[in-house]
Every structure is written in structure tokens, then in C-alpha cells.
Design a protein around this ligand. Structure first.
Ligand SMILES: [Zn+2]
Length: 379
């Protein structure tokens, strides 16, 4: 990956290039982003730039030398990765380590460098769980960094989502992050820096990504997926400038295509006063697994916001996707004004509860009961 291939964050790229050229690169860098912004490809471009033997200073890596080629294939012997996995993973029993999923990791990156956290979990077969970076993984990290660099230059450890490390694992890494050998670089990519122990955070140079502008994201989406230009603008906006989320919406692996049918059947049962169907419909939501249940709640809040705006005659600014149009029209007339605010709160509450590991069955049973009462008893 070269800098020029990474979407958005132009100013940040220049700063990173400048940082390397002037020899001010810290030994622990922490890329902070929202899911799907592209911190991984950006970090890969930085590593490639640092390792390229033929780089154009002030511009980019060459992209064709053996080092560049091996880094872009994620096959460089001095570039190591660690990311969250879980015991339900398809590797079978025993303590799972990222190493067992390196092939999946590479392939996922190759097909879509902007992949999201749920995308990884789906890929490695743990969609119903949250991944962790375990103490055993921390030990692996230390072991691989204890080796001499293969090519005699620098070695890199890229830890994707260090917030998934438990305290014990993080403490294991602390010493080496505090006192790295001169040729070792830690590259962290995080979606939640506040959940990383402060001792690691404070030793790291923070690099914050911004959302990708609509002007850059929409044409990329159009070229990449073939959606018409005007639709691409909608996806760019609805995704909040996250290429990863926008691609998922378009490809239907999350958001509208995956969640819309679940939500419409839920709302239909509410409007049809059919409580048994409502409770039964929850099975499909439970089958999503935790990460996607949170996405489903977020999607539902966004959808209801669009319906509310449509109801209030502000439909043209509500970013309604073509696939949602019929449903937005139908429910905006069926659901009364009094429904929306409390329904937002109910979905938000469900999302927080799922995040804090409350039993999902209880959470969604409670949610549909609240929605049912909101509509039928106008509580
Ligand atoms: Zn090169």
C-alpha cells in the first residue's frame, strides 16, 4: 500500500511522511479512528515508506522494490501482526492466537483494506463473539520481537484493536513499549483509545484519522462497486465518512440490506399488534451476535430518524437510501409522533446493554415490549 492509494486524510499523510523524513518517528504509534476509516491501510503505507529502500523522500514508497512488495502482501518477515480472536474460532479448541488466522487476515485485507471489526469476526468464524488479545498472544508478541530483524533494518509489530487486550496482556507488553529496542516499532490501530491502559497510551504518539470527505469517498465507492454517482453520495454521507462502513452498506453485509428486513418485520409486528410474532422475530436478531446486534440498534435508530424527518416533511434531507424508501414512507405514516423519541432511547438503551454484556435475549425481549407498548398504549 502506498500513501497515494489510501483514501482521505491528505494532511495527515504529509505529516507522517515528514515525520519519517526528519527522523522523528516514535517507537510506539497509535492510530485512532472510527471503524472503517482506513487506519490499517494508512499504517501499512507508513511502514512501507519506512522500509522502502528506494523511497522518494517527501512523496511515497516506490511500490515495486522487494520490501514494498512483501509489505503490501503482508508477507514481510520483519512485519508482525496481532489482532483479536476467540476460542470459538474455526481453528478448533485450545488457546487461539492471531497466527492461526494469518491467511484470513491477509485475504481480508487484500479484498478490502477498509474492513471493519465485525468483518474480521465474520471472516474468522466468531461473528457471535467479541475477539480478545490474550496473555498467550502477548507472549507471542514478545517472542517474535525478541528475534533479530530478518533483514537487519527495523521490525514492526502492528496490533489491531489493542483495546481488546485484557489488563494482564497489556501489562505484559508494557515494558517493551516503554523501552523498545532501537529497531522495534509498535503500531497500534484503535477504535477506543480510552479503553487502553493509560501507561501504554501515554508512551504512544497519537495519530488521529478524520472521516474521509464526501468528495473523495463517493467517487471511490462508485468505481469500486458500480453504484450510480448520486447513490454513492448518499452512502458516503450515511456512513459518516467511513469507507469500510459505506462498502458494507453497499455490499449488504451490514446496515440496510442486512438489517432493514429485520427492522421492518419488527415494526410490522408492532403496528399489527402481534406480540407473539414480535418475540419470535427476535431470534433473527439474537443470531446476529453481539457486534452486529449493536450495529442493528444503530441502524434502527438511524432508520427511525429518517422516518421521523419524513413525517415532519423534511424527507429530502434525511439521506434515505433507495432500498429504504418504501419502508420509510410506510412507517413514517404508520408510527405516530409520540413514538420516535422514546423508540430512539429504547434502541440506544439496548445497544448500551449489549455493549456491557447483558444477556441479549433479555435485552431484545425488553426492547420489543417497549416498542409494542409505545405504539399500542401510547405510553
Ligand atoms: Zn520500495
Amino acid at each position: 500500500m502506498q500513501f497515494k492509494e489510501v483514501l482521505g486524510n491528505g494532511e495527515l499523510k504529509s505529516r507522517l511522511i515528514n515525520m519519517v523524513d526528519s527522523g522523528r518517528t516514535g517507537h510506539s504509534l497509535m492510530f485512532v479512528e472510527k471503524d472503517g476509516y482506513g487506519a490499517l491501510p494508512l499504517a501499512m503505507a507508513l511502514i512501507q515508506y519506512m522500509m522502502c529502500r528506494n523511497r522518494k523522500a517527501g512523496e511515497d514508497s516506490c511500490g515495486i522494490c522487494p520490501s514494498c512488495r512483501r509489505i503490501s502482501e503482508m508477507m514481510h518477515p520483519d512485519l508482525h501482526f496481532a489482532f483479536p480472536v476467540n476460542s470459538a474460532s474455526k481453528s478448533g479448541s485450545g488457546k487461539p492466537l492471531s497466527g492461526a488466522f494469518m491467511q484470513d487476515w491477509r485475504e481480508l485485507y487484500k479484498t478490502d483494506p477498509y474492513f471493519t471489526e465485525p468483518d474480521l469476526y465474520e471472516r474468522i468464524g466468531i461473528a457471535d463473539k467479541v475477539g480478545v488479545i490474550s496473555v498467550a498472544e502477548a507472549k507471542e508478541i514478545l517472542d517474535s520481537l525478541s528475534l533479530k530483524s530478518y533483514e537487519g533494518y527495523s521490525k514492526f509489530m502492528l496490533v489491531w484493536l489493542p483495546e481488546r487486550m485484557n489488563a494482564e496482556a497489556a501489562n505484559r507488553l508494557l515494558k517493551i513499549v516503554e523501552e523498545p529496542s532501537p529497531d522495534t516499532y509498535f503500531i497500534f490501530v484503535t477504535h477506543a483509545p480510552e479503553r487502553i491502559i493509560s501507561t501504554i497510551r501515554s508512551r504512544s504518539q497519537m495519530i488521529r484519522l478524520y472521516p474521509v470527505s464526501q468528495g473523495e469517498l463517493a467517487p471511490f465507492l462508485s468505481v469500486r462497486t458500480g453504484v450510480p454517482a448520486d447513490e454513492a453520495v448518499l452512502y458516503a454521507r450515511t456512513s459518516g465518512g467511513s469507507p469500510g462502513l459505506a462498502l458494507n452498506m453497499i455490499q449488504g453485509s451490514s446496515a440496510s440490506e442486512a438489517y432493514l428486513p429485520l427492522l421492518t418485520s419488527m415494526l410490522e409486528s408492532v403496528v399489527g399488534k402481534d406480540l407473539p410474532a414480535l418475540l419470535e422475530g427476535n431470534d433473527a436478531v439474537l443470531a446476529l451476535g453481539r457486534e452486529r446486534q449493536k450495529d442493528f440498534c444503530l441502524y434502527s435508530e438511524a432508520f427511525l430518524r429518517k422516518a421521523m424527518m419524513h413525517r415532519r416533511g423534511l424527507g429530502s434531507i434525511a439521506d434515505v437510501l433507495p432500498s429504504e424508501k418504501d419502508a420509510v414512507m410506510r412507517f413514517s405514516s404508520a408510527l405516530p409522533d409520540s413514538f420516535y423519541e422514546k423508540a430512539f432511547a429504547a434502541f440506544e438503551g439496548a445497544r448500551t446493554a449489549v455493549e456491557s454484556n447483558v444477556n441479549a435475549k433479555m435485552v431484545f425481549c425488553n426492547l420489543v415490549n417497549v416498542l409494542f407498548a409505545l405504539y399500542n398504549f401510547r405510553v
